[in-house]
Design a protein around this ligand. Structure first.
Ligand code: 6GU
Length: 225
């Protein structure tokens, strides 16, 4: 999978993909993330990328010409399956969306800043608008990092048996059960006996039960459908 990200603050996106699972995805050639500074397409000597909004009001808006040039130049190099705008008024990201997007080949993500982007970009180019939750961030970059992480770890071959996504919270619509590791004895804090029993079937049943219990108490909304 190839992901291009358009950002006015590309420095914010230097580190997130250089560690752990996403780094492994890049090293294995399963994922490539290219971050592009929008200013590259800025207008004039000052490389202007935003301007005051028509009708008045506080906050700058990213210019239609700048983003059009950026999107068209990148689109000439790669046919995008989706052009995603990260915005608090988008559809809220969930595991289903991440699963869906992980099956695509090429994605373009646009990070908004200031007051947002000229609406014509949304009308003409954007195929999908995604938010990562009901709270306000200063820009779309951290949201894009979250989205890339949620997608990248699902690409075939990225995770191995040990890190398998199959047992993640949310992957089967419920939360994950509690987990423990050595030492068995630490102060008087106990590890559930059953996990030490060697009885795989009983352990599986225990985990299912705990997962369901946890979901009922913390996220009953997940059990509605
Ligand atoms: Cl995608 N962008 C911004 N600026 N704030 C957010 C968001 C996105 N998702 C939640 N809050």
């Amino acid at each position: 999978m190839h992901i291009d990200i358009l950002s006015a603050v590309p420095d914010l996106l230097i580190s997130p993909f250089q560690h752990s699972i996403l780094k492994r995805a890049e090293t294995k050639g399963l994922l490539r993330v290219d971050v592009h500074d929008i200013r590259k397409w800025g207008i004039g000597k000052a490389r202007q990328i935003d301007d005051y909004q028509f009708g008045g009001g506080a906050g700058m808006v990213m210019m239609v010409e700048v983003l059009t040039n950026a999107i068209e130049e990148l689109s000439a190099q790669r046919k995008y399956d989706e052009i995603i705008f990260l915005t608090p008024d988008g559809e809220t990201l969930n595991q289903g969306i991440a699963n869906h997007l992980s099956l695509k080949g090429n994605l373009l993500m646009i990070c908004g800043h200031y007051k947002g982007i000229d609406e014509r970009i949304r009308e003409q180019f954007v195929t999908r608008e995604i938010s990562i939750g009901d709270y306000v961030l200063s820009g779309g970059e951290l949201a894009a990092a979250v989205l890339v992480d949620s997608i990248g770890r699902l690409l075939p071959g990225v995770l191995n048996n040990e890190t398998s996504a199959l047992f993640d919270s949310h992957q089967d619509g419920i939360l994950a059960p509690p987990v423990y590791t050595r030492p068995r004895n630490f102060r008087d804090w106990e590890v559930p006996e059953i996990l030490l029993s060697g009885n795989d079937r009983a352990i599986e049943e225990w985990r299912d039960e705990k997962a369901l219990e946890r979901t009922k108490s913390r996220r009953p909304d997940l059990l509605k459908d």
